[in-house]
Design a protein around this ligand. Structure first.
Ligand SMILES: *Cc1c(COP(=O)(O)O)cnc(C)c1O
Length: 377
């Protein structure tokens, strides 16, 4: 059996090696490292895949969130509603820009931000909501967009974990995650569902004026070279990363199928185990399984389980052991929080198993056997 890894990027690379090497060599031969033709082509191809009118590439997913908040004109003191149960980047950027993070609870089944909790947290200072499509399935975007419209708020989707997922509205309309709010942000960190071979990120929007502003912010606030109309930043996607992403974008749906197949197998083995709750799959979204995350009942010791798996060379991770509102980072920043019962409960009870595109049947069997062995011992 091949060594089990949380994410196996080496085996994935083996399958596309000649294409990747030839694409990178072309860039090296022409020294088109910055803003080369691959960046332009990738913008179009990603826009076509997502159904987004405009794509603005940038240096990473954290920058994408920052650029979105700057381009939307959010000002220090403005309140931004965010889940506490997320990767730190989402909430960190809010603090970095002097905005006030307002942490709200998630739903216990989907792990995603609760629309009810969002509405309860709205004040006269609220300006934006940042739904995070955690682990690979969409937040309840119909409810979130309705709240945004009612209170005139901007919606910035954090789509770093769910690229390729979609959401079906009650009238049957289907949209890809990241294209539903005013702006969508994503990350191409190597382990993400669409990952490059370094750092990368992108924003997308249907709004042409906003797209121009996003591009300006990402490029030193300039629309014309050496004329800087606003304070921006320097955030670019390298040509080499764009070339890798063009190859992998063509395979993204296959990659998603492979992840879903692994998840189906895990589900089939765990669904009747009382001590485990398998990931809930909401009806109106396609789960693209960035992570496969289980909930443990109170009688199972999570640390002992992770150690037991470790001894059998099975990696398991806790995403995330400390929710944002409890991070020291926010001790000196003004924040506010709703009730975070589900967030606090989940961060103490979840664990994630290996999830990637190259998991083999014998590896999956071995992982499931070990988890079940621990629980039944
Ligand atoms: C990975 C991730 C980010 C940040 O992306 P980087 O490219 O690492 O900056 C933001 N939000 C979420 C939910 C993520 O998973």
């Amino acid at each position: 059996m091949k060594k089990i890894q949380m994410v196996d990027l080496v085996s994935q690379y083996e399958k596309i090696k000649p294409q990747v090497q030839s694409a990178i060599n072309t860039i090296l031969d022409k020294a088109q490292f910055i803003n080369g033709p691959d960046v332009e082509s990738f913008k179009t191809e990603l826009g076509d895949y997502l159904g987004a009118a405009h794509v603005v590439p940038c240096a990473n997913g954290t920058d994408a969130l920052q650029i979105a908040m700057m381009a939307l004109g959010l000002k220090p003191g403005d309140e931004v509603i965010t889940p506490s149960y997320t990767y730190i980047a989402t909430t960190e950027v809010i603090g970095l820009l002097g905005l006030k993070p307002v942490f709200v609870d998630c739903e216990k089944d989907t792990f995603n931000i609760s629309p009810k909790a969002i509405e309860a947290a709205i004040t006269s200072k609220t300006k934006a909501i940042v739904p995070v499509h955690l682990y690979g399935q969409s937040c309840d975007m119909e409810a979130i967009m309705a709240i945004a419209e009612k209170y005139d708020l901007k919606v910035i989707e954090d789509n770093a974990q769910a690229i390729g997922s979609d959401y079906t509205f009650s009238d049957g309309t289907k949209k890809k995650t990241g294209t539903i709010g005013h702006v969508g942000c994503t990350s191409f960190f190597p382990s993400k569902n669409l990952g490059c071979y370094g750092d990368g990120g992108a924003l997308c929007t249907q709004d042409e004026q906003l797209a121009e502003k996003l591009a300006m912010v990402a490029n030193h606030g300039q629309s014309k070279r050496y004329y800087h109309d606003m304070v921006g930043c320097n955030s670019r996607l390298d040509s080499i990363q764009a070339a890798v992403l063009r190859i992998k974008l063509n395979l993204l749906d296959e990659y998603i199928d492979a992840r879903r197949e692994a998840a189906d197998y895990y589900d089939s083995r765990f669904k009747n185990i009382d001590a485990l709750t398998i990931p809930y799959r909401a009806q109106n979204t396609k789960h693209v399984f960035h992570q496969y995350t289980l909930q443990l009942t109170d009688d199972v010791n999570r640390d002992e389980l992770v150690a037991f798996l470790g001894k059998k060379d099975i990696p398991a991770m806790i995403y995330y052991p400390v929710p944002a509102h409890a991070q020291k980072m926010f001790a000196t920043i003004e924040t506010s929080s709703g009730k975070l019962e589900n967030t606090d409960w989940l961060t103490s009870r979840v664990f994630s198993l290996p999830m990637h595109t190259e998991l083999e049947k014998d590896q999956l069997q071995y992982i499931c056997d070990a988890v079940i062995e621990f629980i039944e011992q």
